[in-house]
Design a protein around this ligand. Structure first.
Ligand SMILES: [Cu+2]
Length: 340
Protein backbone atom coordinates (compact mmCIF):
# COMPACT_ATOMS: atom_id res chain seq x y z
CA UNK A 1 0.00 0.00 0.00
CA UNK A 2 1.52 3.36 -0.93
CA UNK A 3 1.23 6.62 0.95
CA UNK A 4 -1.31 8.25 -1.36
CA UNK A 5 -3.75 5.42 -0.90
CA UNK A 6 -3.50 5.57 2.86
CA UNK A 7 -4.19 9.28 2.83
CA UNK A 8 -7.24 8.87 0.63
CA UNK A 9 -8.59 6.10 2.79
CA UNK A 10 -8.18 7.95 6.05
CA UNK A 11 -9.82 11.10 4.74
CA UNK A 12 -12.78 9.04 3.53
CA UNK A 13 -13.02 7.45 6.94
CA UNK A 14 -12.92 10.87 8.59
CA UNK A 15 -15.69 12.15 6.33
CA UNK A 16 -17.87 9.17 7.19
CA UNK A 17 -17.29 9.57 10.91
CA UNK A 18 -17.94 13.29 11.11
CA UNK A 19 -21.02 12.84 8.92
CA UNK A 20 -22.60 10.43 11.33
CA UNK A 21 -21.61 12.46 14.37
CA UNK A 22 -23.46 15.48 12.97
CA UNK A 23 -26.50 13.48 12.02
CA UNK A 24 -27.33 12.31 15.54
CA UNK A 25 -28.90 14.16 18.42
CA UNK A 26 -26.01 14.44 20.87
CA UNK A 27 -25.01 16.41 23.97
CA UNK A 28 -22.95 19.59 23.75
CA UNK A 29 -20.89 18.32 26.68
CA UNK A 30 -21.00 14.56 27.16
CA UNK A 31 -19.53 14.33 30.65
CA UNK A 32 -20.55 15.33 34.17
CA UNK A 33 -19.12 14.78 37.62
CA UNK A 34 -20.71 12.31 40.06
CA UNK A 35 -23.14 13.85 42.58
CA UNK A 36 -23.11 17.21 40.79
CA UNK A 37 -25.63 19.66 39.44
CA UNK A 38 -25.27 19.71 35.70
CA UNK A 39 -26.90 21.18 32.60
CA UNK A 40 -27.57 18.65 29.86
CA UNK A 41 -27.70 20.36 26.47
CA UNK A 42 -29.19 18.35 23.63
CA UNK A 43 -28.25 19.54 20.19
CA UNK A 44 -30.78 18.85 17.48
CA UNK A 45 -28.94 19.11 14.17
CA UNK A 46 -31.72 18.48 11.65
CA UNK A 47 -35.39 17.65 11.21
CA UNK A 48 -36.98 14.37 10.12
CA UNK A 49 -35.99 13.69 6.50
CA UNK A 50 -36.22 17.35 5.55
CA UNK A 51 -39.26 18.22 7.67
CA UNK A 52 -38.98 20.83 10.46
CA UNK A 53 -38.96 19.64 14.08
CA UNK A 54 -42.09 20.64 16.06
CA UNK A 55 -41.50 18.74 19.26
CA UNK A 56 -38.58 17.37 21.25
CA UNK A 57 -39.29 14.77 23.96
CA UNK A 58 -36.66 13.66 26.39
CA UNK A 59 -37.10 10.78 28.82
CA UNK A 60 -34.99 11.44 31.89
CA UNK A 61 -32.85 8.58 33.18
CA UNK A 62 -32.74 7.34 36.77
CA UNK A 63 -29.75 8.96 38.43
CA UNK A 64 -30.73 12.43 37.16
CA UNK A 65 -33.36 14.09 39.36
CA UNK A 66 -34.95 17.43 40.18
CA UNK A 67 -34.86 18.30 36.48
CA UNK A 68 -35.66 21.83 35.32
CA UNK A 69 -35.88 22.47 31.60
CA UNK A 70 -34.94 25.81 30.10
CA UNK A 71 -37.96 27.50 28.49
CA UNK A 72 -37.45 28.42 24.86
CA UNK A 73 -39.04 31.28 22.94
CA UNK A 74 -41.77 30.01 20.64
CA UNK A 75 -42.07 26.58 22.31
CA UNK A 76 -44.56 25.28 24.85
CA UNK A 77 -43.04 23.42 27.71
CA UNK A 78 -44.46 20.30 29.30
CA UNK A 79 -42.98 18.67 32.38
CA UNK A 80 -44.29 15.18 33.07
CA UNK A 81 -43.89 14.04 36.64
CA UNK A 82 -43.79 10.60 38.11
CA UNK A 83 -42.22 8.44 40.78
CA UNK A 84 -38.51 7.78 40.73
CA UNK A 85 -37.38 4.14 40.86
CA UNK A 86 -35.74 4.86 44.19
CA UNK A 87 -35.88 7.99 46.36
CA UNK A 88 -32.99 10.46 46.33
CA UNK A 89 -31.58 12.16 49.38
CA UNK A 90 -31.36 15.92 48.88
CA UNK A 91 -29.59 17.40 51.91
CA UNK A 92 -31.57 15.13 54.21
CA UNK A 93 -34.88 15.46 52.36
CA UNK A 94 -36.25 12.39 50.61
CA UNK A 95 -37.21 13.09 47.01
CA UNK A 96 -39.29 10.24 45.64
CA UNK A 97 -40.95 11.85 42.63
CA UNK A 98 -40.34 14.61 40.13
CA UNK A 99 -39.95 15.29 36.43
CA UNK A 100 -39.48 12.10 34.40
CA UNK A 101 -40.02 13.47 30.92
CA UNK A 102 -39.63 16.90 29.31
CA UNK A 103 -41.36 18.01 26.13
CA UNK A 104 -40.80 21.19 24.16
CA UNK A 105 -43.88 21.43 21.94
CA UNK A 106 -45.46 23.37 19.10
CA UNK A 107 -42.22 24.96 17.99
CA UNK A 108 -40.70 25.14 14.56
CA UNK A 109 -37.07 24.25 13.96
CA UNK A 110 -36.38 24.12 10.21
CA UNK A 111 -34.37 21.18 8.88
CA UNK A 112 -31.47 23.42 7.88
CA UNK A 113 -31.26 25.01 11.36
CA UNK A 114 -29.71 23.79 14.58
CA UNK A 115 -30.85 24.38 18.15
CA UNK A 116 -30.02 23.34 21.71
CA UNK A 117 -32.49 22.20 24.39
CA UNK A 118 -31.21 22.38 27.96
CA UNK A 119 -32.20 20.63 31.19
CA UNK A 120 -30.62 21.19 34.56
CA UNK A 121 -30.62 18.42 37.13
CA UNK A 122 -28.67 16.62 39.81
CA UNK A 123 -26.62 13.50 39.18
CA UNK A 124 -26.99 11.08 42.08
CA UNK A 125 -26.06 7.49 42.79
CA UNK A 126 -24.36 6.95 39.43
CA UNK A 127 -21.05 5.08 39.48
CA UNK A 128 -17.93 6.80 38.18
CA UNK A 129 -17.49 5.67 34.57
CA UNK A 130 -21.16 4.81 33.97
CA UNK A 131 -23.28 6.61 31.36
CA UNK A 132 -26.81 7.99 31.54
CA UNK A 133 -28.95 7.74 28.39
CA UNK A 134 -31.27 10.66 27.57
CA UNK A 135 -33.66 8.94 25.17
CA UNK A 136 -34.97 11.54 22.77
CA UNK A 137 -37.76 11.66 20.21
CA UNK A 138 -37.98 14.37 17.59
CA UNK A 139 -41.48 14.90 16.21
CA UNK A 140 -41.92 16.59 12.82
CA UNK A 141 -45.66 16.68 12.10
CA UNK A 142 -46.55 13.01 11.55
CA UNK A 143 -42.92 11.91 11.16
CA UNK A 144 -40.59 11.07 14.03
CA UNK A 145 -36.90 10.48 14.57
CA UNK A 146 -36.06 8.35 17.58
CA UNK A 147 -32.75 8.53 19.42
CA UNK A 148 -33.42 5.84 21.95
CA UNK A 149 -31.06 2.94 21.39
CA UNK A 150 -28.80 2.02 24.26
CA UNK A 151 -25.89 -0.34 23.66
CA UNK A 152 -25.91 -3.65 25.50
CA UNK A 153 -22.85 -4.34 27.67
CA UNK A 154 -19.84 -5.04 25.49
CA UNK A 155 -21.36 -3.40 22.40
CA UNK A 156 -19.81 -0.21 20.99
CA UNK A 157 -22.44 2.61 21.12
CA UNK A 158 -21.01 3.91 17.82
CA UNK A 159 -22.35 0.82 16.09
CA UNK A 160 -25.96 1.78 16.89
CA UNK A 161 -28.13 3.30 14.19
CA UNK A 162 -30.19 5.58 16.47
CA UNK A 163 -28.14 6.00 19.65
CA UNK A 164 -29.64 7.83 22.65
CA UNK A 165 -27.51 10.84 23.70
CA UNK A 166 -25.19 9.70 26.48
CA UNK A 167 -23.86 11.56 29.51
CA UNK A 168 -20.74 9.96 30.93
CA UNK A 169 -20.26 10.32 34.66
CA UNK A 170 -16.61 10.74 35.46
CA UNK A 171 -14.20 12.54 37.73
CA UNK A 172 -14.17 13.87 41.24
CA UNK A 173 -17.33 14.64 43.11
CA UNK A 174 -17.41 18.44 43.60
CA UNK A 175 -15.94 19.38 47.00
CA UNK A 176 -18.31 22.23 47.69
CA UNK A 177 -21.70 20.96 46.81
CA UNK A 178 -23.33 24.17 48.03
CA UNK A 179 -21.93 25.95 44.98
CA UNK A 180 -24.93 24.80 43.06
CA UNK A 181 -26.98 27.68 44.37
CA UNK A 182 -24.76 30.06 42.46
CA UNK A 183 -24.56 28.12 39.23
CA UNK A 184 -27.72 26.34 38.80
CA UNK A 185 -31.02 26.80 40.48
CA UNK A 186 -31.26 30.40 39.51
CA UNK A 187 -30.25 29.65 35.96
CA UNK A 188 -33.46 27.72 35.51
CA UNK A 189 -35.44 29.67 38.01
CA UNK A 190 -38.69 29.68 36.18
CA UNK A 191 -42.06 29.72 37.81
CA UNK A 192 -43.13 26.84 35.65
CA UNK A 193 -40.74 24.77 37.69
CA UNK A 194 -42.96 24.97 40.74
CA UNK A 195 -40.91 27.59 42.45
CA UNK A 196 -43.91 29.77 43.07
CA UNK A 197 -42.80 31.70 46.02
CA UNK A 198 -43.15 34.19 48.72
CA UNK A 199 -41.48 36.90 46.69
CA UNK A 200 -44.52 39.14 46.82
CA UNK A 201 -43.85 40.09 50.40
CA UNK A 202 -40.25 40.99 49.61
CA UNK A 203 -41.13 43.05 46.55
CA UNK A 204 -40.72 46.79 46.74
CA UNK A 205 -43.85 48.68 45.82
CA UNK A 206 -44.49 49.65 42.22
CA UNK A 207 -46.13 53.02 41.70
CA UNK A 208 -49.66 52.19 40.51
CA UNK A 209 -50.37 53.42 36.99
CA UNK A 210 -53.72 54.35 35.44
CA UNK A 211 -54.52 53.95 31.78
CA UNK A 212 -58.12 54.77 30.88
CA UNK A 213 -60.31 52.32 32.78
CA UNK A 214 -57.34 50.15 33.67
CA UNK A 215 -55.01 50.35 36.61
CA UNK A 216 -51.75 48.44 36.97
CA UNK A 217 -50.34 47.76 40.41
CA UNK A 218 -48.18 45.42 42.51
CA UNK A 219 -45.83 44.82 39.60
CA UNK A 220 -42.35 43.40 39.99
CA UNK A 221 -39.72 41.35 38.20
CA UNK A 222 -37.75 38.56 39.73
CA UNK A 223 -34.01 39.05 40.20
CA UNK A 224 -31.89 36.85 37.93
CA UNK A 225 -28.50 35.27 38.32
CA UNK A 226 -25.54 35.93 36.00
CA UNK A 227 -25.84 33.92 32.80
CA UNK A 228 -29.56 33.34 33.21
CA UNK A 229 -31.26 34.28 29.92
CA UNK A 230 -34.92 34.10 30.96
CA UNK A 231 -36.72 36.20 33.58
CA UNK A 232 -40.23 36.37 35.04
CA UNK A 233 -42.48 39.35 35.77
CA UNK A 234 -45.80 39.90 37.53
CA UNK A 235 -48.43 42.63 37.78
CA UNK A 236 -52.06 43.05 38.74
CA UNK A 237 -54.32 44.66 36.14
CA UNK A 238 -57.75 45.93 37.24
CA UNK A 239 -60.45 46.99 34.81
CA UNK A 240 -62.90 49.54 36.28
CA UNK A 241 -64.67 50.00 32.95
CA UNK A 242 -67.82 48.50 31.50
CA UNK A 243 -66.02 46.76 28.64
CA UNK A 244 -63.48 43.95 28.64
CA UNK A 245 -59.99 44.83 27.46
CA UNK A 246 -57.04 42.67 26.52
CA UNK A 247 -53.31 42.79 27.24
CA UNK A 248 -51.91 42.20 23.78
CA UNK A 249 -48.16 42.46 24.30
CA UNK A 250 -45.36 43.79 26.45
CA UNK A 251 -41.81 44.88 25.72
CA UNK A 252 -38.71 46.33 27.31
CA UNK A 253 -35.34 47.47 26.00
CA UNK A 254 -33.79 45.11 28.58
CA UNK A 255 -34.84 41.89 26.80
CA UNK A 256 -35.10 40.56 23.26
CA UNK A 257 -38.79 39.76 23.57
CA UNK A 258 -41.46 39.50 26.24
CA UNK A 259 -43.93 36.66 26.02
CA UNK A 260 -47.24 36.36 27.85
CA UNK A 261 -47.32 32.93 29.48
CA UNK A 262 -49.68 30.72 31.36
CA UNK A 263 -48.62 27.94 33.66
CA UNK A 264 -51.04 25.25 34.70
CA UNK A 265 -51.16 21.74 36.09
CA UNK A 266 -52.89 18.99 34.19
CA UNK A 267 -52.77 16.05 36.57
CA UNK A 268 -49.09 15.32 36.97
CA UNK A 269 -48.16 17.39 33.93
CA UNK A 270 -47.03 20.97 34.32
CA UNK A 271 -47.65 22.96 31.18
CA UNK A 272 -46.28 26.36 30.35
CA UNK A 273 -47.47 27.92 27.15
CA UNK A 274 -47.25 31.25 25.36
CA UNK A 275 -50.65 32.96 25.02
CA UNK A 276 -50.93 33.95 21.37
CA UNK A 277 -54.15 35.90 21.95
CA UNK A 278 -52.95 37.82 24.97
CA UNK A 279 -54.67 38.04 28.35
CA UNK A 280 -58.26 39.19 28.72
CA UNK A 281 -59.05 41.71 31.45
CA UNK A 282 -62.82 41.34 32.03
CA UNK A 283 -64.94 44.39 32.82
CA UNK A 284 -65.08 45.15 36.53
CA UNK A 285 -62.46 42.54 37.36
CA UNK A 286 -58.79 42.33 38.25
CA UNK A 287 -56.37 39.84 36.72
CA UNK A 288 -53.33 38.94 38.75
CA UNK A 289 -50.14 37.83 37.00
CA UNK A 290 -48.35 35.84 39.68
CA UNK A 291 -45.83 33.04 40.22
CA UNK A 292 -47.37 29.72 39.22
CA UNK A 293 -50.03 31.26 36.95
CA UNK A 294 -50.16 33.95 34.29
CA UNK A 295 -46.84 35.75 33.95
CA UNK A 296 -44.57 37.83 31.76
CA UNK A 297 -41.59 35.91 30.41
CA UNK A 298 -38.59 37.99 29.42
CA UNK A 299 -36.60 36.12 26.78
CA UNK A 300 -32.99 36.87 25.81
CA UNK A 301 -32.39 39.29 28.67
CA UNK A 302 -29.21 41.25 27.91
CA UNK A 303 -28.11 41.99 31.49
CA UNK A 304 -29.77 39.92 34.24
CA UNK A 305 -32.30 41.84 36.35
CA UNK A 306 -30.69 42.66 39.69
CA UNK A 307 -32.43 43.46 42.95
CA UNK A 308 -32.90 47.21 43.21
CA UNK A 309 -33.07 47.75 39.42
CA UNK A 310 -36.06 49.47 37.90
CA UNK A 311 -37.00 48.13 34.50
CA UNK A 312 -39.24 50.10 32.09
CA UNK A 313 -41.88 47.76 30.67
CA UNK A 314 -44.33 48.88 27.99
CA UNK A 315 -47.77 47.25 28.04
CA UNK A 316 -50.03 47.34 25.00
CA UNK A 317 -53.80 46.91 25.49
CA UNK A 318 -56.33 46.37 22.75
CA UNK A 319 -58.61 49.25 23.82
CA UNK A 320 -56.84 51.32 26.45
CA UNK A 321 -53.68 51.67 24.38
CA UNK A 322 -50.07 51.77 25.52
CA UNK A 323 -48.45 52.58 28.84
CA UNK A 324 -44.90 52.40 30.16
CA UNK A 325 -44.50 51.15 33.73
CA UNK A 326 -41.38 51.30 35.88
CA UNK A 327 -41.17 47.83 37.41
CA UNK A 328 -38.94 47.20 40.43
CA UNK A 329 -36.81 44.06 40.69
CA UNK A 330 -37.37 42.00 43.81
CA UNK A 331 -34.88 39.52 45.21
CA UNK A 332 -35.27 36.01 43.89
CA UNK A 333 -35.47 35.25 47.61
CA UNK A 334 -36.14 31.77 48.88
CA UNK A 335 -37.67 30.92 45.54
CA UNK A 336 -34.30 30.99 43.88
CA UNK A 337 -32.96 28.40 46.25
CA UNK A 338 -35.73 25.96 46.78
CA UNK A 339 -34.91 22.29 46.71
CA UNK A 340 -37.71 20.21 45.33
CU1 LIG B 1 -43.05 31.31 31.24
Amino acid sequence: MNTTRILVMSSLLFAAMSGSAFAHVTLVNGTAKPESYTVVQLQVPHGCAGKPTNEVRVTLPEGFYGAKPQPKAGWELEIIKGDYAKPYDNHGTKVSSGPVEIRWKNGNLPDDNYDVFAIQGKIAGVADGASLAFKTIQVCGDATERWDEVAAPGIDPHSLKDPAPLLKIAGEKPADEMDHSAMGHGAMNHDAMGQAAATDAAAPAMKPVKLGALSLSAGYLKAMLPGQPVGGGYVTIANGGAEADRLVSASTPRSGTVELHEMSMNGDVMVMRPLANGIEIPAGAAVELKPGGLHLMFMKVKTPFAKGDTVPVTFVFEKAGTVEVEMPVAAAGPAGHQHN
